[in-house]
Design a protein around this ligand. Structure first.
Ligand SMILES: NC(=O)c1ccc[n+]([C@@H]2O[C@H](COP(=O)([O-])OP(=O)(O)OC[C@H]3O[C@@H](n4cnc5c(N)ncnc54)[C@H](OP(=O)(O)O)[C@@H]3O)[C@@H](O)[C@H]2O)c1
Length: 357
């Protein structure tokens, strides 16, 4: 039985919390909440369960550390407050507590992460003899597990494309995702930070370099592409309201180039409802989101992963799967040697033990 603390209960965290409460091999011993309105409330209430757990949320990190859990599931928003998230993760690791999480998406490929992030975390792991593992669905599953599965079916690969084609219309996250993508901006507005030159490559380039390293392929160049789509009509959705002339879809990619050919592409097509960018690719079979891997090779492989759920929309189901990528690794990360753990360090079957109960 692993004693676990859930750190934050946002879009992803409420699903990891539910899984921790439900799984017989995990024991919830604490919950962190930053929002004063959540502090003091029972964990069950914070993830939509009815039966109280007796564990109430606290904003006191030292009290959570004092519980000496085996692992913390860290899902607090990281990318907009990287130094705070880095210091919170480091404090847990240095105290000897293993961390699995979804935040700070650069850590999905820890060996490609920049020194400002990697070095202090490695030091904290060494100080506490602890381990850190970060993953998700995209980045995460789509660029590692799904690609590995697709490539296992070819004798030779000429190129690989990893795509997220997702309708974000129903995603209730204008504050971070919406502003980061520039939804609602007009063509004369300044580009959002995400799409200023070099930024997509810093976010997704690690995935391309990581895949190249797995393939033992040397890239000559990494380049990025960005294409905005401005609406010609009024669009209402949960994310925001779009008026004619405002940005309602984006297509962007990071490409790994070898000998003049694009051999690895990591691409996103994100739109607000199906009215946006009607000429761009849609997910298959009328779905609103897909994670797709295409390998041009011997033979050609096309692998689409679609999520659905009776009560959740596709973006919420994506958050649930993102939570699964962290929770399912708890036991192995608790047993792993100290340091930053990458997906390829974990034997695949270790990530499915415990999901059927
Ligand atoms: N790789 C993937 O596929 C994938 C997919 C989805 C998300 N993610 C990553 O997972 C992380 C969580 O995503 P999410 O959608 O769950 O995020 P979210 O709901 O927007 O935020 C998660 C929690 O972060 C805490 N938080 C937010 N702003 C804060 C602040 N200024 N100070 C302290 N705490 C703050 C809040 O905790 P309280 O509720 O306790 O106040 C909030 O509930 C993000 O880093 C995201 O990039 C990755």
């Amino acid at each position: 039985m692993r004693r676990v603390v859930q750190y934050s209960t946002g879009n992803v965290g409420q699903h990891s919390l539910r899984a921790i409460i439900g799984r017989p091999d995990l024991e919830l011993v604490g919950v962190h909440a930053a929002d004063p309105a959540k502090v003091g409330r029972d964990a069950a209430e914070l993830c939509g369960l009815t039966e109280p757990t007796g564990i109430v949320a606290t904003d006191d990190v030292d009290a959570l550390i004092a519980l000496a859990p085996d692992c913390v599931v860290y899902t607090a928003l990281g990318e907009t407050r990287p130094m705070e998230a880095l210091s919170e993760m480091s404090a847990l690791l240095a105290a000897g507590i293993n961390v699995v999480g979804t935040s700070m998406v650069w850590l999905v490929t820890p060996r490609q992460a920049d020194d400002w992030l990697r070095v202090p975390l490695e030091q904290a792991c060494a100080a506490g003899n602890s381990s850190l593992y970060v993953n998700g669905i995209d980045p995460g599953f789509s660029g590692d597990t799904a690609v590995h599965a697709a490539l296992s079916l070819v004798t030779r690969a000429a190129s690989i494309t990893v795509q997220e084609i997702f309708d974000y219309g129903n995603y209730d996250d204008y504050e971070y995702t919406g502003t980061a993508m520039g939804f609602g901006n007009t063509a004369d507005a300044e580009r959002p930070l995400t799409f200023r030159p070099g930024v997509i490559a810093t976010i997704f380039g690690g995935l391309v370099r990581n895949l190249a390293a797995h393939l033992d392929v040397e890239l000559d160049d990494i380049r990025e592409r960005y294409e905005p789509w401005y609406s010609d009509q009024h669009i209402e959705c949960r994310m925001t309201t779009i008026e004619p002339g405002q940005l309602a879809a984006v297509k962007f990619s990071v490409e790994g180039v070898r000998g003049g050919d694009t051999v690895i592409t990591v691409e996103h097509v994100n739109r607000l409802t199906s009215k946006a960018a009607p000429d761009w690719e849609f997910p298959p079979d009328g779905q609103s989101g897909v994670h797709k891997v295409v390998v041009e090779g011997e033979p050609r492989i096309e692998m689409s992963t679609s999520l659905s759920h009776p009560a959740l929309d596709v973006t919420e189901a994506g958050c649930l799967s993102t939570a699964a990528r962290a929770v399912n690794a708890i036991d192995w990360v608790c047993r792993s040697p100290a340091g930053l753990v990458a997906l390829e360090d974990i034997p695949p079957t270790e990530l499915i033990r415990g999901v059927m109960w």
